[in-house]
Design a protein around this ligand. Structure first.
Ligand SMILES: [Zn+2]
Length: 452
């Protein structure tokens, strides 16, 4: 993704929202909601897998963007946008946030753009182009769709802000077990392990954080819920939100009028297992929706109407600059690596310097007195969620795939172990093979600072 690797790597943005004043009788949150269908009308290329050979040819269900606007008793606002997409590229997030600043005066700290990471959504402008065999027609469709999507996202967030009305918020946490560490488990082994009552191998995060929003009469307005697992049950040619799409549909059928919104967790090294059939995808969606239902029924605690928001771009350096011989070697391998090598070799030969770092967005919100919501860019491995929950307590919600998805984000452990999630830079088009070895320390230090 060339758009995120230029000189803006040195840009740092830091913004804090104001602290709400003390509560008085009857002082509550205000919340507003809106949604828009984003299922492509054209047969576009689908995102996430390099193995597809033709564009989408149908849909299992529609794709959506859904917005929730929040306002605390002090007038401090924030908005969460969820989407049935692979991830927002940094350039699109920048364009959306610039428009939100112009129209609504919102800072980046106040806007969380998240994606479910479904692998059955459309390719977006500038994202992972090297892994897809795109022709000029497909590139034109992607450009047009992406421009339209930016407008739709801005408009949907605007409608959610216009919809602000008194509401109560509550937080709870359930559990759901279909995610398994894909670096440590063979897909064929997982059902046997579970049947024998054995845990799957390697770290996972089975928590299902839930934020419920109700009107003053107690009617459910929205359920925002998360899970740390790739939305990769399916690899086919029909538009679909994968298990997260089915979970949202199930919850909205159960609660007519409520908006269900899925936020992806730190599931970069987690896959739904077993997988690869529509029936399994529906099963996972049902299991996740049932986990949410159990918490809605029992175990959800109110959140005081106080909101603080913080955001910062940090710079993450690449481990080693690549040269001509690296790209020539990649070209010899064929496939997406050859497309990556050819593109970067052309840049080198034209005399353009290759990026040596990427900017990285980190966001932290505090809801009420003690609910910390951390939102990280990129495909974040599960270690980050587990460590931040250990550090900040079990009420912490850690989201990945937020505001920019530029690469995998390995922990130090995964970086040392190597393999796919430790780098995979050519998949994302970055001109390097992996991050600097202190990536985890850099991210953690910023999260700790923002959380204060
Ligand atoms: Zn992924």
């Amino acid at each position: 993704m060339r758009v995120v690797t230029s000189a803006i790597g040195s840009l740092a943005v830091l913004a804090f929202g104001c602290v709400a004043p003390g509560l008085g009788a009857g002082e509550t949150w205000r919340a507003g909601f809106a949604r828009a269908k984003i299922t492509p009308a054209e047969p576009m290329w689908m995102a996430g897998y390099g193995s597809r050979t033709h564009p989408a040819d149908g849909k299992l269900h529609d794709l959506w963007v859904k917005a929730m606007a929040l306002e605390d008793v002090g007038g401090q606002r924030a908005v969460v946008l969820t989407s049935d997409l692979l991830g927002f590229p940094g350039g699109m997030s920048d364009a959306i946030c610039a428009e939100l600043k112009t129209r609504h005066g919102m800072e980046r700290a106040q806007v969380m753009l998240s994606a479910s990471h479904t692998h059955c959504g459309p390719v977006l402008r500038g994202a992972l182009y090297d892994i897809y065999p795109l022709d000029d027609h497909q590139r034109a469709l992607i450009d047009a769709y992406s421009a339209s999507l930016e407008k739709t996202v801005v408009g949907t967030i605007g409608r959610a802000i216009s919809d602000l009305r008194p509401a109560s918020l509550a937080f709870g946490q359930g559990s759901c077990g279909f995610a398994a560490n894909r670096r440590e488990n063979k897909e064929g082994d997982v059902s046997g392990l579970r049947a024998a009552g054995q845990p799957t191998r390697g770290p996972s995060d089975h928590a299902v954080p839930i934020l419920s929003v109700r009107d003053p009469g107690g009617r459910l307005l929205a359920i925002v819920f998360g899970y740390a697992c790739h939305n990769t049950t399916l690899n086919e040619y029909s538009w679909c939100g994968d298990y997260a799409g089915f979970a949202q549909i199930g919850l909205e059928e159960k609660h007519p009028g409520a908006q269900a919104m899925f936020v992806a967790g730190c599931g970069a090294d987690q896959n739904p297992m077993p997988r690869r059939t529509v029936e399994l995808c529906q099963d996972h969606g049902r299991e996740l929706a049932e986990a949410v239902e159990r918490v809605l029924g029992n175990g959800i605690e109110p959140i005081a109407p106080r909101l603080r928001t913080a955001f910062e771009f940090i710079t993450l350096d690449f481990e080693r600059a690549l040269g001509r011989e690296d790209f020539v070697g990649a070209i010899a391998k064929g496939g997406y690596e050859a497309r990556w090598g050819r593109r970067l070799l052309a840049e080198v030969e034209s005399g353009r310097p290759l990026a040596t770092s990427s900017r990285y967005p980190i966001q932290a919100w505090k809801l009420g007195e003690d609910r910390l919501w951390i939102a990280l860019g990129g495909e974040v491995v599960v270690d980050y969620a587990l460590k931040f929950k250990e550090r900040f307590g079990p009420k912490t919600w850690v989201t990945g795939y937020a505001n920019d998805v530029m690469a995998y984000i390995p922990s130090h452990r995964v970086w040392e172990e190597g393999r796919y999630e430790a780098g995979a830079f050519p998949v994302y088009g970055l001109p390097a093979q992996r991050w600097c070895p202190d990536i985890e320390e850099r991210i953690s230090a910023t999260v700790v600072r923002l959380s204060r």
